[in-house]
Design a protein. Sequence first.
Length: 84
Amino acid sequence: MTSDQRFEAIESVLDKVAAAQRRSQERHEALAETVEILTRDVQQDAENIRALARNSQILHDSIKSLEVLALTHEHRIEHLEDQQ
């Protein structure tokens, strides 16, 4: 193998390495973008879950208040019926 052929072979290998590095960099950038998007999605999901929990607590409290009100009215009606 002549010196020129060796240089060409080395040059070919270096070209392949450079191409592989470019592909690797592109994949890295794509993965970084994906992680960024997923992070935003998870944060939004967390906010939605917190809002759902707050709304569920409000609903629970409202139902408990209605239960107390219904029981109060039921006792009042029972008391009025007992007086008759």
